[in-house]
Ligand binder design. Structure first.
Ligand code: ZN
Length: 399
């Protein structure tokens, strides 16, 4: 883990509205700007501004992004945040699928690898594989030296204080794993952990390019999760489990759920539920379900549509509470057309008209990369945070 020594802490405590981190924040929020505009905005002397810009250039977080004609006929350089010089390792782990990649801090995915995992997989096998794959990707892209952060999306609840994930029952072997420390020790940079449905929602929020819009993200793979971006950031709730809709109980249903209770929506409308419902047809695992639905097999299509309809009724309540601009649906099951059609049908029927009016419900526009793009965005927020920049500036100061 990165520790802050006492000297650095003092520098941070003394940080002012014109510290390097805050200069960068102004450029990110209101840039690009010329040096003159930045100086007028911050009320800095020319020498101080130059010193701040030197620091930010040394940290590779600002760049010349264009030019603007100025009064004297000379073209003035426009400065902006540099989101492409540094990269993040981004990963998404599920009950039966892992994705690991490298993205720049703008969210462009530069390398990606999907790996199907056996149900019941364990951290002692999967974590070293994730780290090795990320290292190989960084090396083959020749971007190892540019690594700034890790973003890791996982299902279930996260204790953001300790960096420990409290995984769903289908991933019991991952319970109470110190995931943040594992990645920080393995790759030597800071680590952002986020619920995967929140990561999906954040990726889709960034892709929509509509600041401050409310986006509900729903991920349906082996399990079911939802996440929401409100006010430009994922909403985590009091104990980090906002949006865990998979274990909402459906009245009069008795199917046993992996959580130990009965009648949960995850026991009826998830990938795991569809595998069970199609077992008598010879289905053994999630890929069999996907193949059959995509091939148009009537029973598989009908069950996927019903699963979507059932989840749509739950989402009608969620949409009533949140009144989002967009609902984006992802995951292997969520990407199936009959499932999404069923979901749209009941959501449209059962949400109150005022919440449903103009509501944009559709598949994740980023597809299965949505959680990775979301994690790249969250990694960027952490790297560019004023306190993180000021700490990096204090540590990098030439002695
Ligand atoms: Zn349950």
């Amino acid at each position: 883990m990165v520790t802050v020594n006492q000297d650095v802490s003092r520098v941070i405590a003394a940080g002012t509205a014109t510290s390097p981190g805050n200069v960068l924040a102004v450029l990110r929020d209101d840039g690009p700007m010329t040096r003159q505009e930045l100086r007028a905005r911050l009320g800095l002397s020319r020498a101080t501004l130059m010193e701040r810009l030197d620091t930010l250039t040394r940290l590779r977080v600002i760049d010349t992004v264009g030019h603007r004609a100025s009064s004297g006929g000379r073209r003035a350089a426009l400065l902006g945040a540099d989101q492409t010089s540094r990269v993040a390792v981004v990963a998404h782990l599920g009950a039966s699928l892992a994705t690991v990649g490298v993205a720049d801090l703008r969210g462009t995915v530069l390398a990606v690898h999907h790996e199907r995992l056996p149900l019941g997989h364990e951290p002692r096998h999967v974590l070293p594989w994730l780290l090795d794959t990320a290292r190989e990707q960084l090396s083959s892209l020749d971007r190892y030296a540019d690594l700034a952060a890790v973003g890791f999306a996982v299902p279930g609840q996260i204790d953001h204080e300790t960096g420990v994930s409290i995984m769903p029952p289908t991933m019991a072997a991952w319970r109470d794993q110190p995931l943040r420390d594992a990645f920080a020790d393995g790759l030597g940079v800071s680590v952002q952990l986020e619920n995967d449905a929140n990561a999906l929602a954040y990726g889709e929020y960034l892709a929509a390019g509509s600041p401050n819009s409310t986006v509900l993200g729903v991920w349906i793979g082996s399990g079911i999760g939802a996440g929401v971006v409100i006010g430009g950031l994922p909403h985590r709730g009091a104990t980090g489990c906002a949006g865990e809709i998979g274990h909402i109980r459906i009245e009069d249903r008795d199917e046993r759920c992996g959580c130990g209770r009965r009648g949960c929506v995850a026991a009826l409308a998830s990938g795991t539920a569809l595998v069970r419902q199609l077992r008598s047809d010879g289905v053994r695992a999630l890929p069999d379900v996907l193949r059959r639905v995509e091939a148009g097999e009537p029973r598989a299509v009908s069950l996927a549509t019903d699963a979507g309809r059932l989840l749509g009724t739950v989402l009608a309540t969620v949409v009533t509470i949140l009144n989002p601009h967009r609902v984006r649906v992802g995951g292997e099951i969520g990407s199936l057309r009959p499932f999404l059609a069923g979901l749209r049908e009941t959501l449209g029927e059962q949400a109150p008209e005022v919440a449903a009016r103009g509501l944009d419900v559709g598949p994740a526009v980023l597809g299965d990369l949505a959680p990775l793009v979301g994690m790249a965005g969250l990694a960027a927020e952490a790297v560019f945070a004023p306190a993180a920049i000021d700490e990096a500036a204090a540590r990098s100061r030439p002695s």
